[in-house]
Design a binder for this molecule. Structure first.
Ligand code: SF4
Length: 455
């Protein structure tokens, strides 16, 4: 499960226009709007002239011990003998090629290892992963915020020791539910005792920030059972909590079980909204601040920050199969799939790749797309969009650029009034962030997403 600074979990369903749950948007444009790049542009040319003093580094590890029923992330179950070594070999080759395409004084100011489950790798393999990030990419991981995702079963003491010793500042544990029957229902079979033991090991390892991911909207979940799960998480005083609404996505375990129509179910929407509000209010009362619809931060948590990286204007370098990279003009990645066989094929192609000097699949950000992305990514945060920064970058205001979209949000009571410096959502707007985001997609991105054949 992903809940890092942002790369990772994303999904956009465009069904049920009136549903508050249309898609989790943190990265725009969505990967299903990427297409093969016919000219396969060279990375050196793509990065020339880009700001490179505060880059973000993301490394994707596409392996998990099990496939959770709700998950559409790019990952596979298990790995045949030798595959993780071959994967790290490929990462090494890719890192070497990508580093050579960056400026000599390029600097990373924030980093994340996501997946999949990075701690699927053994302690020795994790050591090698850190070596690649540091020695090949030149990232000073002990000096910048570094987030790593883990699952309870793979959060073993030896792996956690490597993560802590090499500078991990934030450990994100995908728990989903502390109640065994709800975990089973979301097709993530696990025992609460194992989760509690893992949390004990994580706390003992001493990461400055512990994040716990939880899911609401599970079949049979009630406000009472949801609050029980939240209280079990709060007992560990996590610095951060991510509360994810459950989505049933095509080709996932839950999707295959015939639950596709659940996305159109007004009763399920109502259940999720009720659970969201209950969870939000519970965390606000417990001393947490809401950062976005999903993210809550303990008010007294240490600020490990995002370095001086700005996701609006600074680039991201993604390594690994499934990772995206962002320049100001092009977002690019490798092929994407959810279906297990397709994912395995893409990973096999990745480990066989010797030439990592070109971008293969992606989308150019032309026309008003940079403005949409800036608006979308800012508005979905509780702090909203700083108007002066937008004007400085684009010479205009969001109201001038997107009058129809903003008028529609205002009509629904989703836009806060009275702050001349910021554009922000109201609490109800934030509750509907998964409808706000998709409503800001351009017609071209929407059309390409609709035409994408999920595999
Ligand atoms: S642990 Fe589960 S939710 Fe996380 S990436 Fe693996 S399959 Fe997906």
């Amino acid at each position: 499960m992903t809940a890092v600074m942002e790369p990772g979990m994303d999904a956009v369903e465009t069904d049920a226009a009136s549903s508050p749950y249309q898609g989790y948007v943190y990265a725009y444009p969505h990967k299903t709007a990427y297409r093969p790049l016919p000219d396969r542009p060279g990375l050196r040319g793509l990065w020339a002239g880009e700001p490179q003093r505060a880059l973000s580094l993301y490394i994707h590890i596409p392996f998990c011990e099990i496939r959770c029923g709700f998950c559409n992330l790019f990952t596979r179950i298990g790995s045949p003998e030798g595959l993780t070594t071959a994967y790290l070999d490929a990462l090494d080759r890719q890192a070497t090629a990508v580093r050579a395409a960056l400026d000599g004084d390029a600097r990373f100011s924030v980093a994340a290892f996501g997946g999949g489950t990075p701690t699927y790798l053994t302690a020795a393999e994790l050591t090698r992963l850190f070596d690649i990030a540091e020695q090949r990419m030149g990232a000073d991981l002990r000096a910048v915020p570094l987030s790593v995702e883990a699952s309870p079963d793979t959060a073993t003491a030896d792996r956690l020791a490597v993560l802590a010793e090499r500078g991990t500042t934030r450990l994100s544990l995908g728990v989903q539910s502390f109640l065994d029957e709800e975990a089973r229902s979301a097709v993530r079979p696990q025992k609460r005792a194992a989760v509690e033991e893992a949390l004990g090991r994580v706390r003992a390892a001493g990461f400055p920030v512990l994040n716990i991911d939880l899911i609401y909207g599970i079949d049979g979940q009630t406000v009472a059972s949801w609050l029980r799960s939240l209280d079990a998480a709060l007992a560990w005083q996590p610095e951060e909590l991510y509360l994810y609404p459950l989505y049933v996505r095509p080709l996932t375990g839950l999707g295959r079980r015939g639950a596709e129509d659940a996305g159109h179910d007004p009763a399920w929407d109502a259940q999720r909204l009720t659970l969201y509000r209950a969870g939000r209010d519970h965390l606000l009362a417990a001393g947490y601040r809401q950062v976005s619809m999903r993210m809550f931060r303990r008010t007294d948590a240490p600020d490990t920050g995002g370095g001086d990286h700005s996701c609006q204007t600074d680039g991201m370098v993604g390594l690994g199969c499934g990772a995206r990279s962002y320049t100001s003009r092009l977002h690019y990645s490798f092929d994407y799939a959810v279906d297990a066989r397709q994912v395995r094929g893409i990973i096999d192609d990745y480990v066989a790749t010797t030439d990592f000097t070109r971008a293969e699949v992606g989308r150019h950000l032309t026309g008003d797309e940079p403005r949409r992305r800036h608006l979308l990514q800012s508005l979905l945060q509780a702090d909203g969009l700083e108007l002066a920064g937008y004007r400085q970058r684009f010479g205009s205001t969001p109201a001038e650029d997107f009058p129809a979209e903003l008028a529609a949000f205002a009509a629904r009571g989703w836009l806060a009034e009275g702050d001349a410096d910021r554009l922000a959502l109201t609490p109800e707007g934030l509750a509907h962030a998964d409808a706000v985001g998709p409503a800001l997609f351009s017609a071209a991105v929407r059309a390409d997403m609709a035409a994408y054949e999920l595999k």
